[in-house]
Ligand binder design. Structure first.
Ligand SMILES: [Zn+2]
Ligand SMILES: [Zn+2]
Length: 229
């Protein structure tokens, strides 16, 4: 995990109340597009400092930045409140006490980069090695809010952030289908047992049939040419 610590940001340890989040990780976003993926990583650090100043300023008045961590498009995890602290992000007391939070620092029209998704997976794996539960939720699961945006929420529900870092993104490869005869739902009552493998086998049979025919025709052409000469 490429971690940017509070110490690296020259921040003192978080003044937020101690807590022992154990349930899982909550995904957040920024309500406006930030374009950080197109900018150098220094822009992410500036964003992180700005967000902390905003959260500690007059409009929020919190003791520290609201999130436990941030995951930037370049694949870095930026430390916010860090381990063992109450959140200010989740919108409910239980949510802030029992769940860690991570923001993807992006807006409603931005997709996370593969590096960013992997950073969240690495963060989660690290937290789980420290005893955190496996659950991944979106902010809107706790509180009526647009956060983490429809794009990120779809990924939350689809399990994108719940995979282990090494797992990659292909649920089932063609090789898996072939080797393990994994059933692919065909969606009709008449054909509930349809498998991708049967389609591959049928294609193989057809190709072999065509090869035979081509062989026969080639032999025929050769014979005709011989007769002609
Ligand atoms: Zn949020
Ligand atoms: Zn970055």
């Amino acid at each position: 995990m490429k971690l940017v610590t509070r110490a690296a940001l020259s921040w003192p340890p978080s003044a937020a109340d101690p807590a022992s989040p154990s349930r899982g990780l909550v995904i957040h976003y920024d309500s406006s597009d930030q374009g950080l993926a197109r900018k150098p990583h220094s822009a992410c650090l500036a964003y992180w400092r700005r967000t902390r100043a905003f959260h500690m300023g007059p409009s929020r008045g919190w003791s520290d930045l609201g999130y436990s961590w941030g995951a930037c498009p370049h694949g870095y995890i930026l430390e916010g409140r860090g381990l063992g602290r109450y959140q200010a992000a989740q919108g409910t007391t239980a949510g802030n006490r029992d769940w860690y939070s991570v923001t993807l620092m992006s807006g409603p029209n931005e997709d996370p980069t593969p590096e960013q998704i992997d950073a969240v997976r690495q963060l989660r794996a690290w937290l789980m090695s420290k005893g955190l539960g496996a659950a991944v939720k979106g902010h809107r699961d706790f509180f009526s809010t647009s956060c983490p945006g429809d794009r990120l929420y779809r990924l939350v529900k689809g399990g994108t952030f719940s995979r282990s870092p090494e797992e990659g993104d292909d649920d089932v490869s063609a090789k898996d289908v072939w080797t393990y005869e994994i059933k692919v739902p065909f969606g009709t009552k008449e054909n509930p047992e349809w498998q991708a493998k049967s389609l591959l086998l049928n294609n193989n049979e057809r190709i072999r049939g065509l090869e035979e025919k081509v062989g026969e025709l080639t032999a025929l052409v050769r014979e005709l040419l011989k007769e002609k000469s």
